[in-house]
Structure formats: C-alpha cells, structure tokens
Design a protein. Structure first.
Length: 222
C-alpha cells in the first residue's frame, strides 16, 4: 500500500490528550495549527485550483477525565501525494494519499508531546507514521478515508466541505477499532494524576476528533 495525506485526519490520527495541567477556564487545551509540507502535485494543462501544502492544517482533539475534557493538538507536517490541478476543488484532493510522522506531534507543551510519542505511539506496532488515503468523496458531503495505525488498516467515515477554495474534512477515530486500547492505557498510566477529574477517576477516552483544512491556490483557467 502506498503510504502517503491530504491532511486527515484523519487520523490521524493521534493524536492523544496527555500530561497537561488542568485549566478551569476552558475545556480545550493547546490546539495548534500545523503546516503540512512536501506535497507532490501532478501537472495539468488547464486548471483553477491546486493543492497548497503551506495552507494545510491537521488538528486533533483527544479527551480526558470522566467529564470528557478536550485536549487539542496538531501534527507539524505530512507528506501528500496524488493531488491534481483542476477546475473542481473537490477533484484536487479526491485521490490524495498521505503520510504523517508522529514525531511531529505538537500540543504546545514539549513534555506532553514527548509522553504522547513515547507512551502512546511507542506502545503501538509500526507507528512511526500514520498513513492513509482518501477512498471516496460523495456529493452529499460524506467521505471515506483509509487509515493505517498500529498495524491495522481500516476505512473511516468522514465528512467534508468545499467553500470556494477552502476545503475541510472531519472525522472521529475510535482507537479501539485500531487495537489501540493498550496504547490508551499506557498513556493514561503515564499521566495518571493529570487525567483525573473532580471525581478522582483517571480516564483517557479512546475517541479522537480530527479536522484537516486547507486553502487551495487559485489560478485563471487557460
């Protein structure tokens, strides 16, 4: 399977909430926009839109405590292939494949990033990268993305939106579907006190919300 992202997701993926001091003023901590690099775009003779790696962001939100407090983060980079130049923005990203290095995990706290990489991704199989591809983009805004994480490949449902040159894709990953409970438990144990809520229960949820967004370059059609 060719391992290469439009920017997911998906996916990835991870991706995880972890080891941050609790804040009473907000339920979402540390979300950061990420710059995606190294896009390879196929040539076309006439087009209006083309993929722009520098305008692409991969954000995720994981959840801790029984109150399901959101902890946000991003991936700093990804490699995207298969994008084309087209008069239809949707066609630009229809067949993209992506690779996201988990070493680019970014929550704005270096200590938390290190623990996510070591105790979450480090507890997985062959997960130096999250890889995948867009399988389908339906006219009703539904999408399907193939994702490989922890040695497991699955098709994940998503939604997408195109507004002018802006394209976004959202999904929610259930890490249990990727045999990820061991990795969730590993990270939760490493951050036991910081994942405890008002009830004293330490919890890290297996769901992770993913949002990928980009703004395509626009050109006059020839």
């Amino acid at each position: 399977m060719k391992r290469t992202l439009f920017s997911l997701a998906i996916v990835g993926v991870a991706l995880m909430s972890s080891c941050s001091a609790k804040k009473s003023t907000t339920k979402t901590e540390g979300k950061e926009q990420a710059t995606v690099v190294e896009a390879n775009v196929e040539d076309a003779s006439a087009f209006l839109y083309e993929y722009d790696a520098s305008a692409t962001k991969i954000n995720w939100t994981a959840y801790k405590t029984t109150d399901k407090v959101g902890v946000g983060g991003s991936f700093n980079k990804a490699t995207v292939t298969g994008a084309v130049k087209s008069q239809d923005p949707k066609e630009v990203i229809r067949n993209v494949e992506f690779t996201i290095p988990v070493s680019g995990t970014n929550t704005k706290l270096a200590m938390r990033d290190e623990k996510i990489i070591k105790f979450f991704f480090g507890a997985m199989t062959d997960t130096e990268n999250i890889v995948g591809k867009i399988v389908s983009l339906e006219d009703d805004g539904q999408a399907m993305v193939s994702l490989t994480l922890n040695g497991v490949s699955k098709d994940v449902k998503a939604t997408y939106k195109v507004e002018g040159a802006s394209v976004s894709l959202k999904s929610v990953l259930d890490l249990n579907e990727f045999s990820g409970q061991e990795a969730v438990n590993s990270l939760n144990k490493a951050c036991e006190k910081l994942h405890a809520g008002k009830d004293g229960v330490t919890k890290l949820w297996p769901e992770v919300s993913i949002e990928v967004s980009t703004v395509l370059k626009s050109h006059a059609a020839s």
